[in-house]
Structures are given as C-alpha cells and as structure tokens.
Write a protein of this length. Sequence first.
Length: 138
Amino acid sequence: MRRQGGGDIVVGVESTGAEGGRFGVEVRPGPDPDIVVVALTGELDHDTAEPLRAALDEGIASGARRLLVDCSELLFCDSTGLNVLLHARLAAQEADARVELAALRPQVARMFAITGAGAVFPRHASLGEALAARPREE
C-alpha cells in the first residue's frame, strides 16, 4: 500500500491462532487518497495480532489521514487486539490522522463498551457510513 511514487497495492494477510481460529487482514485504498480501509476477518487475539499491527503501522506511514477499520467480519477481539488498536490510535494522532471503527458486531462492541475503549474511537454502523462521513476535528 504505497502512495508515494507508485500505485496502490492491496495487502492481504491471513494467520491461524493457537486454538485454530483464523484471522485475516486486508488493506486497501479508500475512495479518497487520505483514506485507507483495513478489513478484519475472524478472531483477533494474542496469536493473530501482529498482522493487524503491521497493517495499521503501514497505513499510518502511508500518510493516510483516516484509517477505517472494517469490523463487519471480525468475530472476536481480545485484550491484545484492543491494545493494538489503542496503540495505533495514539500513533495516528501523532501523525495527524485517526483510526475509526466500522460495523462492530455485538460481541466485539460489547468488549469495547465494557473496557470503555469504545468512547475513544469514532464508530460507524457500516463501512459505507464511515466512507460517507466527514471526519470531525478533535
């Protein structure tokens, strides 16, 4: 996913967790050069978090202003996954960017609600809504 001096590259990574749960990350450019979409599938946990960390780091390094994390196919997220997202949020803020969450499934949304982390991320009901939204200034 390079934006400087070349075309955009879609990056996809899949891994398997300790209990056999599959996790995938697909990074693709959004409709605007300032947007990167990070689509998650499966179970995000200690054993599968590294591909997400790498994808978010690259999205921030690309110069994108908005990283939209599509959680519509994310079935599970543990504290390690949450910490990856929280660290990416801080790194994005330092780069004058933001991490936004889209289409949280109820079980994942509940974890964000219980921990209070849901309050620090802009959230959207769907990826389409996130893409159509104009970012608020913080």
